[in-house]
Design a protein around this ligand. Structure first.
Ligand SMILES: Cc1ncc(COP(=O)(O)O)c(C=O)c1O
Length: 430
């Protein structure tokens, strides 16, 4: 098969005509497939049904220290949960607050608190003329939605396979006091599945921010979400690294069990320095008497310890690994020979990032939609939903069945090829 860039006008036209026939066939099938959001599939959710048996009406709902989980209290979470989630986040229990069911909610609260009340005695962001955040792109749409909601100006920073472009991060953070934060998904990033290199983490820890209240929003959502047993990414622990570098208060670290047990019914946590924890609990005490301790206890009883959690994650991997591999196989089968697009090959996390030829992403997503395949909206991986190259598309392989996923990917690559060939046709003269 010839590469598209080597094709002349007639060859491209013939290619488009034959792809259109295939596309029409798919359109006639009345499909309704979805590769849009990073949701676990049913079989993955079934893995955690034991949570429902971990506690029943005969259970003793007391913690080791005697706390009755059925009653009010324990603002920052039960010790057992701090122990378990601490092991998952690689932080000491004393550095952890266990929250409710969603880490995104904790991130929102953290921005909101900084906005209305300020961080550790600094001016609340709402009283400043300008507040800015750095946004490694492509990134997670819901992070960008939070900062957009608070009117925070978002600045794109290029992602590399080692993490954000640190020259740019250092330059911006040290020169502009209005920059108060950066969104990071440091391990198996959303959407690329990249993990930050040792060098990147160390440079983060050694940042010299112009703003005293600059914080790294370190969303380690996929810390233990490996696809392979023997080939896993490793991430340096940021809190310890910041402490070593003399910046102990510079990071807020977030995680949850959303993609471990039940999204929306798991437990979320924040790990940070004791200074930050004091600052946060002073606010939290006005917000709640305590989060859902029964659910915390349920998770502890279900997993036992971090080894139980890791074993559980292997079962998730067994279900979703074939899906990731099918996506990569189909992209390589259909697009590599014609030299179109590029994509990541993650070893964990929930997504694959696909880059189409510039100016094609919207067209591809629209085309896929018309053939019954829903993708994450083109542009969603950028602040303000504006992909300057109209190139990036996030692929979420976990939710559909393997058979549906394969069909969806067959259609997706046809859409990519039509769109890319049409784009090239605009520039070819003969
Ligand atoms: C990077 C990242 N952070 C957070 C979340 C959501 O986490 P939670 O369910 O704990 O709010 C997701 C979900 O897709 C995610 O990809």
């Amino acid at each position: 098969m010839k590469k598209y860039v080597e094709m002349n006008k007639q060859e491209l036209e013939e290619e488009i005509a034959s792809l259109r026939a295939v596309y029409k066939k798919y359109q006639g099938m009345g499909l309704n497939l979805n590769m849009a959001r990073g949701k676990p599939c049913r079989e993955q959710l079934d893995l955690s049904m034991g949570l429902m048996d971990a506690l029943n009406s005969d259970a003793d709902l007391s913690c080791a220290d005697g706390t009755d989980c059925r009653n009010y209290g324990v603002l920052t979470g039960i010790d057992e949960a701090k122990e378990l989630i601490g092991a998952m986040m690689e932080n000491k229990p004393e550095n952890i607050i266990i929250y409710g069911n969603s880490s995104l909610n904790v991130m929102y609260d953290t921005v909101s608190r900084a906005y209305t009340h300020g961080i550790m005695g600094n001016t609340p962001w709402c009283k400043l003329d300008k507040v800015k955040f750095l946004c490694p792109v492509p990134g997670y749409d819901r992070h960008f939605a939070i900062t957009e909601y608070f009117g925070i100006e978002m600045i794109n920073v290029r992602m590399t396979s080692d993490g954000p472009d640190m020259d740019e991060v250092e330059r911006l953070v040290s020169s502009d006091e209005a920059i108060k934060g950066i969104w990071c998904v440091p391990k198996y990033s959303n959407p690329q599945g990249y993990s930050y290199s040792d060098e990147t983490v160390k440079r983060f820890a050694r940042l010299k921010p112009a703003a005293k209240d600059f914080r790294i929003f370190w969303d380690n959502a996929y810390g233990i979400h490996h696809l392979y047993d023997n080939d896993q990414d490793y991430l340096i622990e940021i809190l310890a690294e910041c402490k070593k570098a003399g910046n102990p208060d510079m990071v807020y670290k977030f995680a949850s069990t959303s993609k471990i047990t039940f999204p929306g019914s798991g437990i979320a946590a924040l790990a940070t320095s004791l200074n930050n924890l004091d600052d946060i609990t002073a606010q939290l005490t006005n917000q709640t008497i305590g989060h859902d301790k029964v659910n915390q206890l349920r998770h502890v009883r279900f997993f036992g310890d971090i080894d139980g959690m890791k074993e559980h994650m292997r079962k998730h991997a067994d279900i979703i690994r074939p899906k990731f591999e099918a996506v990569i196989e189909i992209l390589e089968r259909d697009l590599a020979p014609v030299g179109i697009g590029s994509w990541t090959k993650p070893k964990g996390g929930y997504f694959i990032s696909f880059d189409a030829p510039n100016g094609c992403a919207k067209d591809i997503v629209d085309r896929a939609k018309k053939a019954g395949v829903t993708m994450t909206g083109a542009g969603a991986t950028f602040p303000y939903k504006k992909d300057p190259d109209d190139s990036n598309i996030r692929i979420a392989p976990t939710f559909p069945s393997l058979a549906d996923l394969r069909t969806a990917m067959d259609i997706f690559t046809v859409c990519v090829r039509i769109s890319a060939a049409k784009k090239l046709l605009e520039t070819v003269t003969e």
